[in-house]
Design a protein around this ligand. Structure first.
Ligand code: CUA
Length: 332
């Protein structure tokens, strides 16, 4: 029995491990305005809950002791001495507690849903598909995938769409989460306050690779953000390619160009836009961005992302995969 309790306790630590600072998605460490508001709400409701729990616990212990069975004591089942004051206190205090909870909750929630009216603010169209994220910047005329870049201190309105099932957009350090529903447009506002890279993930079970539907949000100074945009626009065409990179390019054009664009201005191809791919931290949002991982990914996407719509790049020999990877690493 003792051993069983020990195992049970150990098992209980598993769900808690999800909150540890070692896990990749930091939940209660806000770096954005909305995330801060949300953490404040969580703190407020937990404190009130703890207060209620404490009061109930103290009363419970007191009553259990006071009305315990003992010689010479017979409980009186008829309430003869009503105490109006107490009755009023326990009737009114829940209303007060609910009021304290409801006012900031409603204020914050509706405040966050309000779309930005200022023309200087940013709008990004986010599209979720099995199992990746498309990010379009209509004002800037570019598209990217898997890594969302945002300028610090600016309010951004994310317009969320899904092409297949229900996903959920979640970057806990910046705020969220919000369902991404096919046939519906949801809007989410974020205001990042600190530079850095934040982990995002899909928070709604959406299929085999739900756990792999990760993305990153890179928050940078406005100047860096603007030069990122400018870099994507002028892009990779200016760069001269080596012989094997050029061969990789023609392999890419034969095999991949139907689904993937390599220019940021080309929008809405079937697969992720690969402009600036060499700068990304991950292949397909999950594997470290090295040539080896890239080759592994192209040879068998299903191995890393089961259910992914990316087909195997077939019929190439080892050298050709290498060339293809080399070419992709030139996309800055
Ligand atoms: Cu998309 Cu889970």
């Amino acid at each position: 029995m003792r051993r069983f309790s020990l195992y049970f306790l150990l098992l209980l630590t598993l769900p808690l491990a999800g909150c540890s600072p070692f896990s990749s998605v930091a939940v209660l460490n806000p770096k954005g305005e909305q995330a801060k508001e949300q953490v404040d709400l969580i703190t407020l409701s937990i404190s009130l809950m703890a207060l209620v729990f404490l009061v109930v616990l103290i009363l419970f212990i007191r009553f259990v002791y006071k009305y315990r069975q003992r010689p010479g004591y017979t409980p009186d089942p008829i309430h003869q001495n009503r105490n109006k004051k107490f009755e009023l206190i326990w009737t009114i205090s829940p209303f007060i507690i609910l009021f304290i909870l409801a006012v900031p909750m409603i204020q914050t929630t509706f405040g966050e849903e309000q779309e930005s009216k200022s023309p200087s603010d940013l709008t990004v169209k986010v599209t979720a598909s099995h199992y990746w994220w498309r990010f379009e910047y209509p004002g800037q005329g570019i598209e990217t995938a898997e890594e969302l870049h945002l300028p610090k201190g600016k309010k951004v309105t994310l317009v969320l769409h899904s092409t297949d099932v229900i996903h959920s957009f979640w970057v806990p350090q910046l705020g969220g989460k919000l369902d991404v529903i096919p046939g519906r447009t949801n809007k989410l506002s974020l205001t990042p306050l600190e530079n850095g890279t934040y982990q995002g993930k899909c928070a709604e079970l959406c299929g085999k690779s739900h756990a792999n539907m990760r993305f990153k949000v890179k928050v940078e100074n406005e100047d860096d953000f603007n030069s990122w945009i400018a870099g994507l626009k002028s892009g990779n065409q200016t760069q001269s390619l080596s012989k094997s990179e050029a061969e990789g390019k023609s392999l890419f054009n034969e095999n991949c160009l139907t689904c993937h664009a390599v220019e940021a201005q080309v929008e809405n191809k079937k697969g992720p836009n690969l402009a600036g791919f060499a700068e990304r931290e991950r292949v397909a949002g999950i594997l470290p961005n090295t040539k080896e991982h890239l080759e592994d990914w192209m040879k068998d996407p299903q191995k890393f992302k089961p259910g992914s719509e990316m087909p195997k790049v077939k019929g190439l020999d080892k050298k050709e995969y290498e060339k293809l990877a080399e070419y992709l690493q030139t996309l800055h």
